[in-house]
Design a protein around this ligand. Structure first.
Ligand code: GLU
Ligand code: ZN
Length: 314
C-alpha cells in the first residue's frame, strides 16, 4: 500500500465530485471507483459533491442521472452537497482575497473568462500575461469596459511542489504554466478552481483522488488554499481512460455511457469487473460487485499509463 503523506491520526476522507455536464461513462466511473475504494479500503469517509457551477455546460437532469448511475453501480457516500447551494461560501472567500489584494479584475477576452468556470481537462488553460494587473482600481471601474473576471495574482516565479500519492513528486512554476489564473466570472461568483479549493479544505478532505488531467490545475488550487489560510489535502492523480486514438474517452469513441451499458443488459458486476481488471484487482472477464473489491484494492497495481478502451474489445 502506498503511504499517505498525511499524519495517520487524521481519519481519511475522500470525495466524489462529478460535474453534471453529461452522462457518466466508463472513464469517469473508473476514476470514481479508484477514489471510492481507496477511501473504503482505508476505513475512510466519502463526501459526494455535485460540481454544478458550470452553466451553460451543465445539462438539465445530468446531476440526478449521475447520482442514479453511481448508486446503481453500488457506490455510497457519507455526506452530500451541491456547489450551486454554497455560493455564499465562495463569495466570502473571493471577498477575503479581494480585501487582501490577492485578486484583480481583468477585462480580457470572453474566452478567458469562460475557462474560469470549468475544470480544465483538455489542456485548455492558457498562460495569462498579466495584462490587467494594476489596471483597474475596482471591479466597478473594470465593469465599465466589459464584464470582467477575477484573476489571482501569482508571484514570479511561483514554484509549487507537492508529493502526489500516485504520480510522484511534482514541481510546477505557476507563473510559467498559468500566470495569473482566473477565479470567477462574476463579482461574487466562483469558478472551478476557487470552489474546489475551498470545498476540499472546509469539508476536511484529506486526499483528493481524481484524473491526472487535473494535475496542471492542482498548484493553482494549492495557492488559493494557502492565500485563504486553508489546509491543503493530499493529492492522488490517476491516469484516464482513453480511446484507441489516445484521446480522453468521449462521444467520438462510441457510446460508453453507463446508462447505455445498463440498457444493453450489462450487469453492474460486469461493468465493475471490466474496470477493476484494468486496475489489476481481478482477472479480465471477472464479474464482481464494487463492495467485494474493497479487500482487493491497491494503488500499486494500477498501471501508470492510461487505460485504452476499445468498444470492439468487449
Ligand atoms: N468536477 C470535476 C470533473 O468532473 C472534477 C473536479 C475534481 O475532482 O477536482 O471533471
Ligand atoms: Zn486582462
Amino acid at each position: 500500500m502506498t503511504e499517505r503523506s498525511q499524519e495517520t491520526s487524521v481519519p481519511y476522507k475522500g470525495r466524489l465530485a462529478p460535474s453534471p455536464t453529461g452522462a457518466l461513462h466508463l472513464g469517469n466511473v473508473r476514476t470514481f471507483m479508484i477514489a471510492y475504494l481507496r477511501a473504503r479500503s482505508l476505513g475512510g469517509k466519502i463526501a459526494f459533491r455535485m460540481e454544478d457551477l458550470d452553466h451553460p455546460r451543465d445539462k438539465p437532469g445530468a446531476a440526478d442521472a449521475a447520482r442514479r448511475d453511481l448508486e446503481w453501480l453500488g457506490f455510497d457516500w457519507d455526506e452530500e452537497y451541491v456547489q450551486s447551494q454554497r455560493k455564499g461560501i465562495y463569495r466570502d472567500a473571493a471577498e477575503q482575497l479581494r480585501r487582501e489584494g490577492r485578486i484583480y479584475p481583468c477585462t480580457c477576452s470572453r474566452r478567458d473568462v469562460e475557462t474560469a468556470q470549468s475544470a480544465p481537462h483538455e489542456g485548455d488553460q492558457l498562460k495569462y500575461p498579466g495584462t490587467c494587473r494594476g489596471r483597474y482600481s475596482s471591479w466597478e471601474e473594470a465593469e465599465k469596459i466589459r464584464p470582467p473576471c477575477w484573476r489571482f495574482k501569482v508571484d514570479r516565479p511561483c514554484n509549487v511542489e507537492f508529493a502526489d500519492v500516485f504520480a510522484g513528486r511534482m514541481s510546477m512554476d505557476v507563473a510559467e504554466t498559468l500566470g495569473d489564473f482566473p477565479l470567477a466570472r462574476d463579482r461574487g461568483g466562483a469558478g472551478y478552481t476557487l470552489a474546489a479549493a475551498v470545498d476540499d479544505a472546509i469539508a476536511g478532505i484529506t486526499e483528493v483522488v481524481r484524473g491526472d488531467d487535473l494535475l496542471p490545475a492542482t498548484p493553482a488550487q494549492i495557492l488559493v488554499q494557502r492565500a485563504l489560510g486553508l489546509k491543503t489535502p493530499a493529492y492522488c492523480h490517476v491516469p484516464l481512460v482513453t480511446g484507441p486514438d489516445g484521446r480522453r474517452l468521449a462521444k467520438r469513441h462510441g457510446d460508453t455511457r453507463i446508462e447505455s451499458f445498463r440498457a444493453a443488459g450489462w450487469s453492474r458486476e460486469k461493468i465493475t469487473g471490466l474496470l477493476a481488471a484494468s486496475c489489476g484487482w481481478c482477472s479480465p472477464g471477472t464479474e464482481i460487485a464494487l463492495e467485494d473489491l474493497i479487500g482487493a484494492f491497491s494503488l500499486d497495481t494500477i498501471p501508470h499509463e492510461p487505460f485504452v478502451f476499445s468498444p470492439e474489445g468487449v
